[in-house]
Design a protein around this ligand. Structure first.
Ligand SMILES: C[S@@+](CC[C@H](N)C(=O)[O-])C[C@H]1O[C@@H](n2cnc3c(N)ncnc32)[C@H](O)[C@@H]1O
Length: 205
């Protein structure tokens, strides 16, 4: 598993290498474009909507939402990743922070979507659940918290993917199992994209 320094040094090569791994197919990055597309679709965020990206990296989705007229916000613990995001989306509100930190107070609330792609697996389930519970309070009515990542409907699916991946499986990462989240939070559903990835949706009522 990468630490902050790891992501800083990966930043410049991240997009190219992620695309290469995606082209190879399989766990973990096979299906990545479909996962990102589905997050963008499920966000239902149009002109003027606020969208927050947790672990925004070089700003791939920030750019997409900004182009759709959204007001975009991103946090990341890697300075180098954030520098790329800032260059790509100058209008984005960005903060160097851990996923679990409080957001800058001036960012306010009323987010149409809070998204996190291929990032939230760096924090343990208990932290993830506490984070989602807290941030659900910042969503606009009907808004969604969306996790696009290596993720599963249930433990049986996770174990099957792990067996299939063999030695390439990273046991240090905390992949979301939807059932585990659903036991703690309301409005949770899963949209499977590949046997190892998908989008977990937590919809505010
Ligand atoms: C694999 S990249 C994904 C970037 C982007 N979301 C995407 O889908 O292309 C993971 C990102 O999460 C960030 N990250 C990892 N752990 C984090 C943490 N605890 N707090 C904030 N950011 C974190 C990394 O710095 C990196 O930019």
């Amino acid at each position: 598993m990468f630490d902050v320094e790891g992501f800083d040094s990966w930043a410049l090569d991240y997009e190219r290498e992620a695309a290469e791994m995606e082209a190879e197919g399989g766990y973990p990055f096979g299906g990545r474009t479909q996962v990102l597309d589905l997050v963008a679709e499920l966000a239902h965020a149009g002109t003027g909507a606020k969208v927050l990206d947790l672990g925004c990296g070089p700003g791939i989705l920030l750019e997409r939402f900004a182009q759709a007229g959204c007001e975009v916000y991103g946090i990341d613990s890697s300075n180098q990743m954030l520098a790329l995001a800032e260059k790509r989306v100058p209008a984005a509100h960005l903060a160097l922070a851990d996923l679990r930190d409080e957001l800058p107070a001036e960012w306010g609330s009323g987010f149409a979507a809070i998204i996190s792609t291929y990032a939230i697996h760096h924090i343990p389930d208990a932290d993830k659940i506490a984070l989602i519970r807290r941030l659900l309070g910042l969503l606009a009515p009907g808004g969604a918290f969306l996790i696009g990542d290596v993720a599963f409907a249930d433990e049986a699916d996770r174990l099957a993917a792990r067996a299939e991946a063999g030695e390439s499986w990273d046991d240090d990462e905390y992949y979301t199992v939807t059932d585990v989240l659903a036991a703690e939070l309301p409005g949770v559903s899963f949209h499977k994209v590949t046997p190892w990835s998908g989008v977990v949706e937590v919809r505010a009522s």
